[in-house]
Design a protein around this ligand. Structure first.
Ligand code: SAH
Ligand code: SF4
Length: 411
């Protein structure tokens, strides 16, 4: 198979999952069009230029490659076509040539569940047998797709079930945009059109830390935002980070979507415990990066997520300190209070409704919006922080060992 200078082809075995004990830096995995077991290339996830280069590598002359790339792009992202035979403006004689070399794939669906509140969850599987999940949350006036960026997560936030998954691998751009395409398939929303969609919003709040998989997330979101293709406005996309400070400016400059930050605590002691990344990038540094985030203003506020954990981060003093911090950094902010979603073996309890109300009132009283998020899809484990596939769970001893290693690495 020919190689392109732009992006090396990678054999599937090279992108197998890695076990990463307490790792807190970006996970280096190759970015490349996936070569399937049958040797064909999956075109999903390639940029326009990569698509053209792939066709040229396969033997089309430059002019043909340019024309076909434009046509195929439109069929894939605007029409949702998965067969070359459906691409009616491409000469029929060329269809077998394409089918021999390429596919327009979708993630394999292992299981699809529907919650009593209408939330849907899909368990998906990659060609190298890694499982990840996506969730669709319908509301009266919108429909939000919660997209995963990694299989598992390396960050071990203590209240999050995803952080207990033993295997971690970055999803490719194709696997990330593939989630959106699959959702469009199942909602019957092709061709892409600006009005009357059910899928109106995307949140990068599924499994994983999106800023630890920056390139793939950026490339996938560029495909999602492309006006000739999926056509979702960047104002309807939100990226949530637990606070990977060095990548936040790049996220603003190169992706430009709405930002959500998982703050969850206002003191070093508590945030160090529940979001261990805080030991590397502390609260002040994080809030300064938020203040510097391009595009944040009163019309486009930064969302601060705050999980309500009983007797941990939910006092009146915590609420007042939150207000002080947001004011000190002069942040155009809204606060999202998330009732803790329990999972088997979690060490925390959710704050009482009265406590959450009191906390919310203090923040509201200071003129900052602080709605309490209604948990969705709890009965199918689709709510925030509950996503975790059946992959082997870490033992207690392993979690402790990783925490110790993480501390040593940070010392
Ligand atoms: N890794 C990113 C995005 C995914 S998590 C991040 O941490 O921001 C989406 C949100 O759910 C985050 O704010 C996360 O902290 C929160 N969350 C995790 N576990 C939770 C739980 N058990 N209950 C409620 N919210 C949780
Ligand atoms: Fe990872 Fe986010 Fe869960 Fe923390 S809350 S472990 S960063 S997915």
């Amino acid at each position: 198979m020919a190689k392109s200078a732009d992006f090396p082809y990678v054999q599937p075995m090279q992108i197998t999952a890695m076990t990463i004990p307490g790792h807190i830096d970006p996970v280096p995995v190759p970015r490349a069009p996936t070569l399937r077991a049958d040797g064909r290339i999956d075109l999903i996830g390639l940029s326009k230029d990569q698509l053209r280069a792939t066709l040229a590598d396969a033997g089309l002359d430059a002019k043909q490659a340019k024309l076909r790339a434009k046509q195929i792009w439109h069929w894939i992202y605007n029409r949702g076509a998965t067969e070359f035979s459906a691409m009616t403006d491409i000469a029929r004689a060329q269809h077998p040539w394409m089918t021999e070399r390429f596919v327009v794939g979708r993630p394999e669906v292992v299981e699809a569940q529907v919650s009593s509140d209408g939330t849907r969850k899909w368990l998906l599987r990659s060609p190298d047998a890694q499982d990840y999940e996506m969730v669709f949350i319908p509301d009266a006036d919108r429909g939000t797709l919660c997209v995963s960026s990694q299989v598992g997560c390396t960050l071990n936030c203590t209240f999050c079930h995803t952080g207990t998954m033993r295997l971690v691998r970055n999803l490719t751009a194709g696997e990330i945009v593939g989630q959106v395409m699959l959702a469009r398939d199942s909602l019957g929303e092709w061709p892409s059109q600006p009005d009357g969609r059910m899928l109106t919003n995307i949140v990068m709040m599924g499994m994983g830390e999106p800023l630890y998989n920056f390139d793939a997330v950026r490339d996938a979101l560029k495909l999602v935002m492309d006006g000739d293709g999926l056509g979702l406005s960047r104002r309807r996309i939100t990226l949530s980070t637990s606070g990977v400070v060095p990548m936040m400016a790049r996220a603003g400059a190169e992706i430009g979507v709405n930002l959500a930050v998982s703050l969850h605590a206002v003191t070093k002691v508590v945030r160090d415990e529940i979001v261990p990344l805080n030991r590397k990038y502390g609260i002040e540094e994080l809030l300064q990066a938020c203040a510097d985030y391009p595009g944040a203003n009163n019309a486009r506020r930064i969302t601060f997520e705050y999980v309500m954990l009983k007797d941990k981060n939910d006092s009146d003093a915590d609420a007042r300190e939150l207000v002080r911090l947001l004011r000190h950094y002069d942040l155009p902010a809204k606060v999202n209070l998330i009732p803790f979603n329990p999972w088997p073996g979690a060490d925390y309890e959710c704050s009482t409704p009265e406590r959450i109300r009191a906390f919310s009132d203090i923040v509201f009283g200071a003129g900052i919006s602080a709605p309490v998020r209604t948990p969705r899809g709890r009965d199918i484990d689709a709510a925030c922080g509950q996503l975790r596939t059946a992959a082997e769970k870490k033992s207690r001893a392993q979690v402790d060992r990783e925490a110790a290693e993480q501390l040593t690495a940070l010392a």
